[in-house]
Design a protein around this ligand. Structure first.
Ligand SMILES: NC(=O)c1ccc[n+]([C@@H]2O[C@H](COP(=O)([O-])OP(=O)(O)OC[C@H]3O[C@@H](n4cnc5c(N)ncnc54)[C@H](OP(=O)(O)O)[C@@H]3O)[C@@H](O)[C@H]2O)c1
Length: 276
């Protein structure tokens, strides 16, 4: 099988960084991107091509970036929409700007990049688009609505895309990960909307402490999670000879979240079904 060319966003840490090393170990080519190029300079020595890319850039800039990416090998086979971050805070404290910012990164970034790559994939009659969603899309947590909502929006957008793009031979994979040890919950990365209300002060302190206590204690093994996804894309390992599902729920806690929510909704519908 000829090496695949991967374009991956947000490779300065976490899942993105593991993806780069895994893809290279599989003998594929990777265009690793980050919004700060100096953070991924070291990936060049590992064998990756590197490119600056902020997924929130305006469409024209993203267009130029996709053209630049195509220039490395004349094609891209796999786009991994990985970049993302966590915004916390109470509903009342989250400003419109806070929400626009997280949706720009976690939702519109992947949508805009995907829109630009699709014409190339259609011409190739092939290509895979991976979205790093989250089991957080299936639940609501106090103080985490902005993140939950962004991943739920992504889920909603991607399910239709998968059905639209299957006929021309383009694969869509939605990864819904539980908690994995990355820098996502590192205090330097988690944004917390400061409270404007005395009543929420205690609560905001609790939120700050919660993110800190979860950071580094995530049950998921990031290397294993990434290998599972790379195998899914390449049809290797566990995926060999199998029809890879559109939705891959990663990690034991992620699976529990989704199963619990599905059961809760089924029970609710059954209990109230005679209303209609
Ligand atoms: N870890 C988990 O438990 C978990 C669970 C479910 C889903 N996910 C998802 O997995 C993805 C990767 O996160 P991670 O866990 O690996 O966390 P991470 O270690 O914090 O990595 C996030 C990456 O996204 C980049 N990024 C943030 N904003 C960006 C932007 N505007 N443009 C380009 N890159 C940007 C960061 O780059 P900078 O260095 O520039 O900040 C960083 O490289 C995210 O979409 C996250 O929501 C993670």
């Amino acid at each position: 099988m000829a090496p695949l060319v991967w374009l991956i966003t947000g490779t300065s840490s976490g899942f993105g960084l593991f993806f780069v090393h895994s893809v290279l170990a599989h003998g594929d080519k990777v265009i690793a991107t980050a919004r700060t190029l100096s953070k991924i300079q070291h990936l060049k020595e590992a064998g990756a091509d590197i490119m600056q890319l902020d997924v929130t850039a305006p469409q024209a800039e993203l267009d130029a970036k996709v053209k630049e990416a195509m220039g490395f090998y004349g094609k891209v086979d796999v786009l991994v929409n990985n970049a993302g971050y966590v915004q916390t805070g109470n509903w009342e404290d989250l400003s419109h700007e806070d929400l626009l910012a997280i949706f720009n990164t976690n939702v519109f970034g992947p949508i805009n990049l995907t829109r630009l790559i699709l014409p190339y994939f259609r011409k190739q009659h092939a290509g895979t688009i991976v979205f790093m969603g989250s089991s957080a899309a299936w639940q609501g947590n106090p103080g985490a609505s902005a993140y939950n909502g962004s991943k739920a929006a992504l889920q909603g957008m991607v399910e239709g895309l998968q059905q639209e793009m299957a006929p021309p031979g383009i694969k869509t994979l939605l990864i819904e990960a539980g908690s994995f040890r990355t820098e996502l919950l590192d205090p330097k990365n988690v944004k917390l909307a400061p409270t404007n209300f005395k009543e929420y002060e205690k609560y905001n302190n609790w939120l700050k402490g919660l993110a800190k206590s979860l950071n580094g204690a995530q049950v998921g093994d990031t290397r294993k999670g990434v290998e599972t996804v790379v195998d899914a894309v390449k049809g290797k390992g566990w995926a060999e000879g199998k029809e890879v599902p559109f939705r891959l729920v990663l990690g034991s806690d992620g699976i529990k979240t989704v199963v619990d929510k599905a059961k809760e909704v089924i029970a609710l519908c059954e209990k109230w079904s005679d209303l209609f």
